[in-house]
Write a protein that binds this ligand. Structure first.
Ligand SMILES: [Zn+2]
Length: 254
């Protein structure tokens, strides 16, 4: 079975047909879904979905960088208060830096990331990092948390960027539908990352792989991403499935 390590299937985009979509996902050979949180507003719907599909879902908790505003500290504290002794979360995420859409709160994003990385380390939980146009500042914050481990979700960049991340933290790299796009730089990164450090993800409803690019994405498209990874690395689909599922289970303690 394949594991989708990053899907927002709890989003309102799926309210009309979530049951059907989950059925398609399971028949496609995807057996587990990691649901990363966005903010306080998304939390109740994420929890509701996890409760409806308990066997096949796991949740992560965190404040997404694009939702970081002047009141980030209180929001982070309220979200982190979800981590009681018997909490159901397998990771802190998604957290990180995003200076692509708006860099007004860059400073606050760094502080919010720092605080959430601290919680991850003290709880011994992995992190799901979203990093867009902000690798330098992300690495600067990571440097303060030497023990941190996790995944750089939807990773794009150069081979040198992969090495720079590796020097700072024990990281996997999330590969999604971007790997199938025509001018994508991701295929060239895969041999540098290596199959043992690749996690498969859809980031649905976004980033549908070819031939569904631009349409609503869901985890039943994960096999297309696995096939693309297999073809790029000269591996069989079974080898990609075995390695990435093993890695996802190891990182998230599934
Ligand atoms: Zn996401």
């Amino acid at each position: 079975m394949l594991i989708d390590t990053h899907t927002h299937l709890y989003g309102e985009e799926f309210d009309a047909d979530r049951d059907t979509v989950v059925g398609n996902i399971i028949s496609s050979g995807v057996g587990h879904l990691i649901l990363p949180n966005i903010d306080e507003a998304s939390l109740p719907r994420m929890k509701a979905m996890a409760q409806t599909y308990p066997g096949i879902t796991s949740m992560a908790i965190g404040l997404h960088p694009t939702e970081v505003g002047p009141d980030w500290a209180a929001a982070v504290d309220r979200l982190m208060a979800e981590l009681s002794d018997t909490h159901p979360y397998v990771a802190i995420g998604e957290i990180g830096m995003d200076l692509y859409w708006d860099d007004t709160h860059g400073e606050e994003q760094m502080h919010a990331l720092d605080r959430q990385l601290g919680v991850a380390c003290s709880r011994n939980l992995p992190v799901i990092i979203h990093c867009r146009k902000a690798l330098a500042s992300t690495l600067e914050v990571l440097e303060g948390h030497p023990g941190v481990r996790g995944v750089m979700h939807s990773f794009e960049g150069t081979p040198a960027d992969v090495e720079a991340v590796r020097k700072r933290a024990d990281m996997y790299f999330g590969v999604n539908g971007i790997v199938t796009f025509k001018k994508s730089t991701v295929p060239a990164l895969l041999p540098v990352i290596g199959i043992d450090r690749i996690l498969l993800e859809t980031d649905s409803p976004y980033l549908a792989p070819v031939p569904y690019r631009g349409k609503r994405n869901d985890s039943s498209n994960l096999p297309l991403i696995a096939q693309s990874v297999a073809a790029t690395l000269g591996l069989t689909l079974a080898e990609v499935e075995q390695a990435t599922t093993h890695s996802a289970r190891a990182l998230f303690n599934l």
